[in-house]
Design a protein around this ligand. Structure first.
Ligand SMILES: [Zn+2]
Ligand SMILES: [Zn+2]
Length: 319
């Protein structure tokens, strides 16, 4: 998996930073998280093919996270897209697109599946063992493919906002060639069948099971995307043991009360979530335009969580 940050600023675009959008690229297709204004230009600059975009996930209906959506959908229509596209987002996103379509402003000419995550207030029920037990019941799988799935859960912002987690399914264990040879399995197609999880029968009648020649299943990787939000239990749950947490860090800690009032996090708070959720790496993003130099945000986060990376537009990060 690879992450490409398409926009890393909050509120409005600047010459240095476009507004929120992140691409997650894996095996011939990619996913888009948020689609601020100008995202389609950033997609071109990143060398991503819109025809290979499988799904879009919008966090919330603040302009800096979705104002590029209608333009991107129009362009994909002009380009003759016929592949299905899934769009996941908060309630209201369907009405927004329907209104544009009703006014003949937008004409989506390819199959678009819109999935709205129903709004609700989260409260742990009395008697439940931990907060995370309650949260696990709130999370919804909003997108699934053969090799991974995406979960969503409400964050804590000024309006209804969704956080996301991309979780790869476990991969089969490594194929032990020495073991296969010692069992007398002839090299060739039988290796492939075992590797893909099927038992095979040899010419002498013996049946070989995948577990005879494969190591233990290898866990899939996980990436969490949490913006915009105050530090919250949902962000911790979504990012548990993740290989990468992408978390907003709109302000430095000296502006913690502003961050709270506007439903945002400081760099220090983002780093605390990363540390407490046992993530491997943290990517901080969504910086206030007041920081022409974002190094103070990075220093602040690294003091708490050293494995922090500062997002820049068009940064590529292997996961
Ligand atoms: Zn924002
Ligand atoms: Zn917002």
């Amino acid at each position: 998996m690879k992450i490409i940050t398409l926009g890393t600023g909050s509120g409005k675009p600047t010459l240095r930073r476009n507004v929120s959008a992140v691409a997650l690229v894996r095996e011939g297709e990619w996913l888009l998280f948020d689609c601020g204004e100008g995202t389609q230009l950033q997609i071109m600059r990143a060398g991503l093919a819109p025809s290979k975009l499988a799904a879009i996930f919008i966090t919330h209906l603040h302009g800096d996270h979705f104002n590029g959506l209608a333009g991107l959908l129009s362009t994909m229509g002009l380009d003759g897209r016929d592949r299905n596209l899934t769009l996941v987002g908060p309630p209201g996103i369907r009405q927004y697109l329907d209104t544009l379509a009703g006014l003949k402003i937008l004409n989506v000419s390819f199959p678009l599946q819109v999935c709205e995550f129903a709004s609700f207030a989260f409260r742990p029920k009395p008697g439940e063992a931990t907060v995370s037990d309650s949260l696990a019941k709130v999370a919804r799988v909003v997108y699934e493919s053969e090799k991974y799935f995406v979960e969503a859960m409400p964050l804590l912002h000024r309006i209804f906002t969704l956080g996301y987690r991309v979780q790869e399914k476990p991969r089969p264990g490594r194929f032990n060639v020495d073991k296969a040879r010692s069992l007398g399995i002839p090299e060739g197609p039988l290796y492939g069948r075992l590797q893909s999880g099927h038992s095979v029968q040899l010419s002498d009648g013996r049946v070989i099971h995948p577990s005879d020649v494969l190591g233990p299943p290898r866990p899939g990787k996980a990436v969490a995307y949490c913006t915009d939000t105050r530090p919250c239990d949902s962000a911790s749950w979504l990012s548990r043991d993740a290989d990468l947490l992408i978390h907003e860090a709109t302000f430095t800690e000296d502006l913690a009360s502003e961050a709270y009032d506007y439903g945002h996090s400081t760099a220090r708070q983002a780093a605390s979530i990363a540390r407490d959720s046992n993530v491997r790496r943290l990517l901080i993003t969504h910086f206030s335009p007041r920081y022409s130099d974002a190094s103070a945000l990075l220093d602040e986060a690294r003091a708490i969580f050293p494995e922090t990376v500062l997002a820049e537009d068009l940064l590529e990060l292997e996961v």
